[in-house]
Design a protein around this ligand. Structure first.
Ligand code: VTB
Ligand code: MG
Ligand code: MG
Length: 332
């Protein structure tokens, strides 16, 4: 018999928190967007961090930042290990990138977002601030169709076959970095197209989940590890595939990673190794992008555009909001 006075805790992160997450990324996005195109990455980032922290601390959660702005000494706010929330709710892990694509925002270029994930305690990979090999595709394909251990050529052939198209019809998203020169040349030699982005690979990975809207079939290359976990959490909600491997090549990096619980530096991570539990992810556009519009400042209201993912049900919601109470944004 169940005792009605002591209900079992809900195994899923309470549904109501999904909308709370949206509020958090909306506020961060609005504050960052105020500083779009001003050439000041730091100011925009700081505005987003302040807003996100302020909103997080209002939530009925007992949260711990596991992916944040860095370690306590370098990051005054939203540092790894920082407690957030008003402690009256479930114990959760929090992963944040208050302004993903600071340079995009400072230059008012497409693709910057405010993004966060909230998960059951202990279920998000504590990724060190290091680089990571990443490969990702959207849902609807057999597990292992593409892999970090296969050559780009084999991966592209396998994906083309699975999609019933020619390799020439595929577009690969890659961060525009000198380290990717060989990869880019290989992809083009094999026949696929390459779309380069200057920053913002959380959204870049998410692009693979909606190829009909974004034109992106697969993400490849090396990006930051914290961003990898945020993207993995979103992909997990819709059944996308992603493999990653950390790049830890200095003794300091290895030591740091060990401190964060990473015993095998060469381990290949699947999505479930990065986000294993119940997770909710929200991303709000700061500047315009293929999937999210940037913040619009009108005379009577501010508009935001958010995607919010929930693993428990696989639901993706797009929340377009008109905000009329400007006071809550502390726009100054
Ligand atoms: C990416 C991207 C980020 O860093 O992870 C990238 O998502 C990788 O690092 O927006 P480098 O810039 O050092 O190559 C960003 O571009 C910046 O955080
Ligand atoms: Mg950031
Ligand atoms: Mg970032």
């Amino acid at each position: 018999m169940t005792n009605p006075s002591s209900p079992k805790p809900n195994p899923h992160i309470e549904r109501i928190l999904t909308l709370e997450l949206v509020r958090v990324t909306e506020r961060a996005a609005v504050l960052a967007a105020k500083l779009r195109g001003r050439g000041d990455e730091k100011a925009a980032d700081q505005a987003a961090v302040d807003a996100m922290r302020r909103e997080l601390n209002r939530l009925a959660i007992d949260g711990t930042v596991v992916i944040g702005e860095g370690e306590r000494d370098q990051a005054p706010m939203l540092f790894i290990g920082e407690k957030v929330g008003n402690k009256s709710g479930p114990k959760v892990d929090i992963a944040v990138d208050p302004l993903e694509g600071t340079t995009l925002c400072a230059r008012d270029m497409p693709g910057s977002i405010a993004v966060m994930a909230m998960a059951e305690e202990g279920t998000l990979l504590h990724a060190p601030d290091a680089y990571m090999h990443k490969i990702a595709i959207g849902p609807g394909h057999p597990r292992g169709l593409v892999s970090l251990d296969a050559s780009p050529e084999d991966n592209l052939n396998a994906l083309a076959k699975a999609k019933g198209v020619k390799v020439e019809d595929l577009t690969v998203l890659i961060l525009d970095r000198p380290r990717h020169a060989d990869l880019i040349a290989t992809v083009r030699r094999v026949g696929a197209a390459v779309r380069l982005i200057t920053d913002g690979d959380v959204m870049g990975v998410i692009f693979t989940t909606m190829p009909e809207k974004t034109g992106i079939d697969i993400y490849m290359g090396i990006g930051a590890a914290p961003e990898g976990v945020l993207a993995a959490a979103a992909l997990r909600c819709v059944g996308g595939q992603m493999e990653t491997r950390l790049i830890l090549d200095t003794p300091e990096q290895l030591e740091r990673a060990a401190k964060m619980g990473i015993s095998d530096p060469n381990r290949k991570y699947q999505i479930e190794d990065m986000a294993s539990g119940d997770v909710v992810v929200a991303a709000t556009g700061v500047t315009d992008g293929a999937l999210l519009s940037g913040v619009r400042f009108g005379n009577s209201f501010i508009e935001t555009d958010t995607l919010v993912y929930r693993s428990a049900t696989g639901t993706v919601r797009r929340i377009s909001a008109e905000h009329r109470n400007f006071d809550k944004f502390h726009l100054g």
